[in-house]
Design a binder for this molecule. Structure first.
Ligand SMILES: Nc1ncnc2c1ncn2[C@@H]1O[C@H](COP(=O)(O)OP(=O)(O)OP(=O)(O)O)[C@@H](O)[C@H]1O
Ligand SMILES: [Mg+2]
Length: 379
């Protein structure tokens, strides 16, 4: 007959992806009851009722507990830490560090827009989603993490203006249509190749997150470079609370590639929040619809990942034209079919991530607050 301690020991393997410690260590295992038939009732305490990683806990608590010999079935239930418990958790974490600190402490939702391969419309959708969220009254920032092939400045009509620096020596994002934007493109001469890798890349991204004064944001959207490499790993380390929005085109082959992005997100313990399908058919002026890139890939991927498909964004000329012209289509012609689909995706995102819940924030220790800047800040 397995004991409470056996199960507790097994739960040490369940890591809170935001706090990066075992739920046992964090004191989040409220109760364990084991019945004679091997059924275990486990209650886990969350930091907030709308805890975005609730599903992760559900799966991994059940999974780890079931590994204990003699456990036949696991029921996982949840409650919320009391204010006092939250206080002592904060104290504990304040010493060891672990929660988002500094500038990002005032950002409620971080969403990485990624895909398995290039050219599927990540940047276009990021820019338009930002405009759509802003139109819904949300405070939005866009971080262009495509340090090699940045395209966000152009899509927002921001040239090569250098962002201002505040008296506190923080870099201030540029603004376009109410959206705060930061990109490596603001710091390098146009068309110059940026070949940052490894530690340099890590440092640049760290600066974008820590030395940029994003202020209070409801959403920070991060436009990822194509593929699943270094940037995502670094961001996952810096932003364990970030979630992934996966963009795919409708054909089955693309869906397979997009699945790799999901696997990568999983590997670095970031949660995949949803899928958006892009380039979902083209409707000709005569009304006939052509599924140029096939059909069904987005839904198939969403089903497989067990996350919602937020929208299917059709191919339209204005979406591309406006991206080139420098104002997201959503802001110019919200009734264009592609703009409508992006607005639907934005509303879906809002529904997925309620923000009116208390968030556990920790201020950074004063000594860590000031860091030197190494981005090219001449002039
Ligand atoms: N639904 C759409 N309708 C028409 N054009 C589109 C659509 N989505 C994207 N495009 C166009 O396709 C091209 C590629 O889009 P975008 O640059 O956003 O892709 P990406 O995934 O960010 O690429 P990369 O992987 O290189 O960063 C752009 O010219 C864009 O305007
Ligand atoms: Mg891009």
């Amino acid at each position: 007959m397995p004991t409470r301690d056996d199960v507790m020991k097994a739960l040490e393997a369940v890591i809170d992806p935001e706090l990066r410690q075992s739920i046992v260590e964090l004191g989040m295992v409220r109760s364990i009851e084991i019945h004679a038939n091997g059924v275990a009732d486990i209650m886990v305490s969350l930091t907030t009722a709308g805890c975005p990683v609730r599903n992760h806990f559900q799966t991994s608590v059940a999974g780890e507990a079931r590994k204990v010999e003699g456990i036949t079935h696991v029921n996982v239930s949840f409650d919320v830490l009391s204010d006092q418990e939250k206080g002592s958790l904060q104290q504990k974490l304040g010493r060891s560090g672990g929660l988002p600190t500094g500038a990002l402490a005032r950002v409620d939702n971080v969403i990485c827009v990624g895909s398995g391969k290039g050219g599927v419309g990540k940047s276009t959708l990021t820019a338009n989603l930002a405009a759509a969220l802003s139109a819904e009254g949300k405070r939005v920032g866009v971080l262009d993490a495509d340090v090699w092939g940045y395209s966000i400045p152009r899509m927002f009509g921001l040239g090569s203006d250098r962002p201002p620096v505040s008296p506190q020596k923080k870099i201030l994002p540029l603004e376009a249509g109410g959206v705060k934007v930061m990109s490596i493109g603001f710091f390098v001469a146009e068309d110059s190749a940026v070949v940052w890798r490894g530690p340099m890349l890590h440092k640049a991204l760290t600066q974008f997150l820590q030395d940029v004064d994003w202020g209070a944001l409801d959403y920070l959207l991060i436009d990822l470079p194509p593929g699943t490499g270094d940037v995502s790993m670094t961001l996952a380390q810096l932003l364990p609370q970030a979630r992934f929005l996966i963009v795919t085109t409708p054909q089955p082959a693309a869906q397979k590639v997009a699945r790799r992005a999901a696997e990568m997100a999983h590997k670095v313990s970031l949660e995949v929040a949803a899928v958006v399908e892009n380039m979902s058919g083209f409707t000709a002026p005569d009304g006939e619809r052509y599924p140029i890139f096939g059909e069904g890939g987005g839904q198939a991927l969403a089903d497989e990942l067990d996350v919602p498909l937020l929208a299917r964004v059709p191919l339209t000329m204005p979406l591309r034209e406006q991206a080139d012209a420098g104002t997201p289509l959503v802001a110019v012609d919200p009734d264009d079919p592609a703009a409508q689909a992006v607005r639907q995706a934005a509303r879906g995102l809002i529904a997925l991530m309620p923000m009116d819940l208390p968030v556990l924030h920790v201020e950074p220790p004063a000594a860590e607050a000031a860091t030197g800047m190494s981005l090219p800040m001449a002039g």
